[in-house]
Structure formats: structure tokens, C-alpha cells
Design a protein around this ligand. Structure first.
Ligand code: G
Ligand code: G
Ligand code: MN
Ligand code: NA
Length: 254
């Protein structure tokens, strides 16, 4: 298939790229604390292909590891340039597809750090319930080994079917990413705003940082701040952007 040819480095009519979405401080929308790296896929015939579909297809056909390795190499190539030119510039968050969460992860991450020439503390791994083919115990062991290097972990899509309360209780992550469905509509509904506040408070109580996702307008922004949110990722601040734009933004944050 096109994906197999792509991973073998042959012409395939398929273009995978990574885009970067800044994660900013709730106190200062221009303070970029880092970015989440997201996959984008363009097919010559079909056009835009949703990234979660690409991930699912890769996982189903045994290409999950090839995809994960490609993402690591691509991020290493781009951010190596970024760190070379700018020095430290914040945290990079990478989504782990299920096949990456295996015994080879520690070695793969070490290789990524060396290739990119970035400190381990600049790297955050985002995981969801989908990653839990392994037991909590095994996942925590991988988390522990990488945390020992300085790498941090975030539980993604927190609060949805992909990351239940059991996961946040059992997994030793540093951060939770509060799903954008809990932000949607808060500016029109006090109860929904209170509910988001209680999720933020829960993360606080469990000594975890939280990133509030999907903040799309000023009213939502102001409410999230009032509710104690400190890190925000959403269209109101920045949309995901190509690497060159992200680098230009860091050089000149306006
Ligand atoms: O960027 P966008 O909102 O279109 O992504 C939709 C979904 O695709 C995300 O919620 C995430 O689950 C998945 N996704 C995007 N990029 C990546 C990636 O690099 N790796 C993995 N595993 N999933 C990704
Ligand atoms: O599932 P995960 O959190 O990894 O993916 C985040 C996805 O959310 C990305 O695909 C990104 O494109 C999308 N996203 C980021 N900010 C916003 C936003 O403000 N509104 C909406 N609707 N989607 C967003
Ligand atoms: Mn994510
Ligand atoms: Na998320």
C-alpha cells in the first residue's frame, strides 16, 4: 500500500508531515511554553486524511512501530534545527501510538534525544487509554524509566472514554490534558464551567499539571483562567502550524 511504500522511503503519493501547536500560559497568551506535535497526512488522490485514521490503519496493519519511529525521526530532524538555532525553547509533546508503548520505547526515546540534541526534560509523551494493551504495572515501569531520564508524561483526552478516572489514578503521569469537550459551551452555561473547574481542581489535588485544550475564544479564555487553569492549548491562541512557522513564531513572538 501507499503507507508501506512511504515508510520504505519510496514514492507513494502520500505526504506525512508534523505540525506544531503552541501550548501557552493562561496568564500571558504570548508566552509559549512548548508545543504539541501533530501528524498531518495528504494523499495525492484523496487529499486530507484524518490523522487518527492514519494511526488506526497503521496499527491494524502492523505499521504502528514504523509510524512511531518515523514521527520520532521527523521530530528529531526538525527540533534539532530549532534547538541548534534557538537554544532551549520549551517542551515538545508527542502523541504515542499504541505500538510505541512497548519494551523498545526507552531505546527509541534515547535515540530521539540524541538525534535531536535536546535535553530529556524538553520531551513530554502523551498517552491515552488506547495505549494500554500493557498492564498499568508495565506502563508505569516504562514511565518510571523515562522519568528517570527527565522525560515527562501526559494523560491525553482526560475525562473522555479514552482516559477514564481509573487511568489518572493508576498511571504515574506528570500532566493531564483536559479534553476540549469540557471547554465547549462553558461561556454559555455556568454548570458546565463549574464542572470544568472541578476537573482542574482534581488535577491540582493529585499534584498534576493540567493543560486545558480547545479554548477557542476570549470568553472561554477568561473563564478558564478564573477556574484556575494555567496552561492552554487552543485555536484562540494558535492553530497547529508547519514547523517553519513555529520556528518563526519563537524567533519573533510579536
Ligand atoms: O490534529 P487533530 O485534531 O486533527 O488530530 C486528531 C487526532 O489524531 C488527535 O486527537 C490524536 O488522537 C490523533 N493524532 C494526531 N497526531 C498524532 C500523532 O502524531 N500520533 C498519534 N498517535 N496520534 C495523533
Ligand atoms: O487528541 P489530541 O489532544 O492529541 O489532539 C488535539 C487535537 O485538537 C488536534 O488535532 C488539534 O488540531 C485539535 N485542536 C486544538 N485546538 C483546538 C481548538 O481550539 N478547537 C478544536 N475544535 N480543536 C482543536
Ligand atoms: Mn494529544
Ligand atoms: Na487531548
Amino acid at each position: 500500500s501507499g503507507l508501506v511504500r512511504f515508510f520504505q522511503g519510496e514514492p507513494s503519493g502520500l505526504r506525512l508531515t508534523m505540525v506544531y501547536q503552541p501550548i501557552v500560559s493562561a496568564d500571558n497568551i504570548r508566552h509559549i511554553t512548548g508545543a504539541e506535535v501533530l501528524l498531518r497526512c495528504q494523499d495525492q488522490v484523496i487529499g486530507f486524511v484524518p490523522p487518527n485514521l492514519v494511526v488506526e490503519i497503521c496499527e491494524r496493519y502492523g505499521l504502528g512501530e514504523a509510524l512511531g519511529r518515523w514521527i520520532f525521526r521527523e521530530v528529531a530532524r526538525e527540533t534539532g534545527q530549532l534547538y541548534g538555532e534557538l537554544g532551549y525553547h520549551g517542551t515538545l509533546s508527542i502523541n504515542l501510538n499504541p505500538a510505541m508503548l512497548s519494551e523498545t520505547l526507552v531505546g527509541d526515546v534515547r535515540a530521539l534525544l540524541i538525534d535531536a540534541g535536546i535535553p530529556a526534560t524538553a520531551l513530554c509523551m502523551e498517552i491515552t487509554e488506547d495505549n494500554a494493551a500493557l498492564s498499568f504495572e508495565r506502563v508505569n515501569e516504562l514511565i518510571r524509566q523515562l522519568q528517570a531520564l527527565g522525560v515527562t508524561f501526559a494523560l491525553d483526552d482526560f475525562g473522555t472514554g479514552h482516559s477514564s478516572l481509573e487511568y489518572v489514578r493508576e498511571l504515574k503521569v506528570d500532566r493531564v490534558k483536559i479534553d476540549r469537550c469540557f471547554v465547549d459551551g462553558i461561556e454559555h452555561n455556568r454548570d458546565m464551567a463549574r464542572f470544568l473547574g472541578s476537573i482542574i481542581a482534581m488535577a491540582d489535588q493529585a499534584y498534576m499539571k493540567s493543560v486545558i485544550e480547545g479554548v477557542e475564544n476570549q470568553a472561554q479564555w477568561d473563564l478558564v483562567r478564573q477556574l484556575g487553569g494555567t496552561l492552554i492549548q487552543g485555536y484562540h491562541a494558535y492553530r497547529p502550524m508547519p514547523f517553519n512557522d513555529y520556528m518563526a513564531l519563537l524567533l519573533d513572538p510579536q
